[in-house]
Write a protein of this length. Structure first.
Ligand code: SF4
Length: 352
């Protein structure tokens, strides 16, 4: 289940860390009367009452900091805005906070202004009220109905984590069960046998699109886990449009691969190995990687941005970055859509 990200913003030494610690009931952030003690955002996963549920509390650095490290701290704090579901703002009358509240409002991110008289319980109740009440969007959207059998193709190669199934696949399996569908999991090697269940849909890992497409009837609906995730987390139509820029890439063009988290890439990494290799077959482009919060401020030098599936990030991060790319006039797509495009499959796959 996706965790609600609750970020705490305020001027340096305004008591954000003390407040986060009070809500957690334990010391999560370093508290010191010395201004600017929190340099990087500190995150704490926690289960919260009043219907909030699983959440991540994010304690940010002061954004008015004028010290040597100030600009970098400010940049990192602003990056947190892109990952925020609800913001708690301390000392809202401060000029920097007023401008932050305006930024949050423009980004459609709800904010709660912390008052000195707020108790932890009272503040949590106000956070619960501020939570965006979105209609639940199914990952599989309108692609399935109750009773449908769905074949899931999940390669268990060197890239698959040992002893477990990756998050997007777990999410889809759980959702299909919740929707009264009958998931049938297989690998590319056992796909032919799995098709005997007469599925209504095949969902595949996008790395084996071509292989799976060749093995199934041409009229059997096909999609990928990353396309489902793209549709749930971001504006999938924008990603499909953005993928059109792949056809126009010229030698020397800069392409940004944007990863939502930092992770240790392996030899089969989609963003660092597979997509760059496919891109270079088309044109001699320069591929650059931005991991975690290192998403560049200036996107204008890029001919294309390809974002990861954002499996551990929330939808605001993807929407925030998509908006930033569109404002800069740079096409943006994501791994799933880009892989479908690069494999000539974009017209074949179903998008919810
Ligand atoms: S899809 Fe993005 S968020 Fe998920 S592991 Fe890969 S880089 Fe991290």
């Amino acid at each position: 289940m996706e965790r609600i990200h609750i970020a705490f913003f305020g001027p340096t030494n305004s008591g954000k860390s003390t407040l986060v610690n009070a809500l957690c009931g334990q010391e999560v952030s370093l508290v010191s009367p010395q201004p600017g003690t929190t340099t990087d955002p500190v995150r704490k996963a926690i289960e919260l009452p009043y219907g909030i549920g699983p959440a991540v509390l994010v304690d940010t650095a002061g954004i008015d900091d004028a010290s040597v490290l100030g600009p970098e701290r400010k940049r990192r704090t602003e990056a947190v805005i892109g990952q925020t579901d609800v913001a708690v703002v301390l000392q809202a009358k401060d000029a920097a906070m007023k401008s932050l509240l305006e930024t949050l409002r423009e980004a459609g991110i709800p904010s709660v202004v912390y008052e000195k008289e707020d108790t932890p319980d009272g503040l949590l109740q106000r956070i619960a009220q501020a939570l965006p009440r979105e209609e639940k969007r199914f990952l599989t959207g309108n692609l399935v109905k109750p009773g449908d059998k769905v074949v899931l193709v999940m390669p268990q190669d060197s890239e698959a984590p040992k002893g477990r199934i990756i998050l997007p696949q777990v999410q889809v399996i759980r959702e299909l069960l919740d929707r009264g569908c009958i998931p049938c999991c297989c690998t590319p090697e056992t796909l032919r046998k799995a098709l005997e269940c007469s599925p209504a849909l095949v969902i595949t890992d996008s790395q084996v699109f071509r292989q799976v497409n060749a093995a199934i009837p041409a009229d059997l609906p096909l999609t990928s886990f990353s396309i489902l995730l793209a549709a749930q987390k971001g504006d999938v139509r924008t990603f499909v449009e953005g993928a059109g820029a792949i056809d126009k890439l010229q030698p020397g063009d800069r392409v940004l691969i944007a990863e939502a988290c930092t992770h240790v890439p392996d030899t089969e990494d989609i963003g660092r190995i597979k997509i760059p290799a496919l891109l270079r077959k088309l044109a001699d482009v320069r591929v650059e990687i931005a991991a975690g919060n290192d998403f560049p401020d200036d996107l204008t030098p890029y001919a294309l941005i390809i974002h990861c599936g954002a499996c551990v990030a929330n939808k605001f991060l993807v929407r925030f970055r998509t908006g930033k790319a569109l404002l800069a006039g740079v096409p943006i797509t994501n791994y799933g859509i880009a892989l479908a495009k690069l494999q000539g499959m974009l017209d074949r796959v179903r998008i919810p």
